[in-house]
Ligand binder design. Structure first.
Ligand SMILES: *[C@@H]1O[C@H](CO)[C@@H](O)[C@H](O)[C@H]1NC(C)=O
Ligand SMILES: *[C@@H]1O[C@H](CO)[C@@H](O)[C@H](O)[C@H]1NC(C)=O
Ligand SMILES: *[C@@H]1O[C@H](CO)[C@@H](O)[C@H](O)[C@H]1NC(C)=O
Ligand SMILES: *[C@@H]1O[C@H](CO)[C@@H](O)[C@H](O)[C@H]1NC(C)=O
Ligand SMILES: *[C@@H]1O[C@H](CO)[C@@H](O)[C@H](O)[C@H]1NC(C)=O
Length: 148
């Protein structure tokens, strides 16, 4: 039963995300050195809730969600899959995703989604995250150099 349900959810997700998948060819590309922080901008505005998703190894994962507060209209983090790894920064009435200390498992495609109510959802542009300087072999560059 649970399996059936998850298959159903998966199909729903694919129905939702297929348009995004088609945009992969035209995605923005961001490069980062391993261990650095990077900020991914979201190009949709005027939503009361903004979430960030990662597409990697054919899996879509919700990374975090931020909800606009009623009082000061600032975004407040409502969910994060790892609070020490994914944080947000507000800019231009939207929510940028900040990845702290990018590692190999972070590489992939990212996009944000905005929601005002259950019926109106819009996705932002797709961003491809990869390491800079791919041809350098990480293992070789930090071979032990024993200090005298
Ligand atoms: C990355 O972000 C963390 C948390 O904000 C900060 O402590 C750290 O200094 C930043 N690292 C770099 C290289 O900017
Ligand atoms: C966002 O909302 C404000 C006020 O409701 C409006 O002036 C502005 O044009 C909207 N921006 C976009 C991109 O829809
Ligand atoms: C959360 O992020 C921190 C810092 O990047 C990392 O050390 C830790 O393993 C992560 N936790 C999980 C459950 O992935
Ligand atoms: C990152 O770059 C490497 C080498 O150019 C490529 O093989 C790999 O597919 C890229 N990964 C992503 C997620 O774009
Ligand atoms: C965000 O960027 C994508 C790709 O450039 C574009 O198709 C889309 O219209 C933009 N959305 C908004 C709300 O500007």
């Amino acid at each position: 039963m649970a399996k059936l349900l998850s298959t159903f959810i998966l199909q729903m997700l694919f129905a939702f995300f297929t348009p995004s998948l088609l945009e992969i060819a035209s995605s923005d590309h961001l490069s980062v050195h391993p261990g650095e922080n990077i900020t991914l901008p979201c190009n949709i505005t005027n939503y009361s809730e903004i979430s960030w998703y990662r597409l990697r190894a054919e899996e879509v994962k919700l990374l975090l969600s931020a909800v606009k507060g009623n009082l000061n209209k600032q975004f407040i983090l409502s969910y994060t899959v790892n609070e020490s790894h994914f944080v947000v920064t507000e800019s231009s009435s939207s929510v940028s995703l900040v990845i702290i200390g990018v590692r190999e498992t972070d590489l992939g495609f990212y996009y944000c989604g905005g929601r005002n109510d259950a019926k109106h959802i819009q996705f932002g542009k797709l961003i491809r995250l990869n390491f800079t300087d791919q041809h350098r072999e990480p293992d070789r560059s930090d071979t032990q150099q024993s200090a005298p």
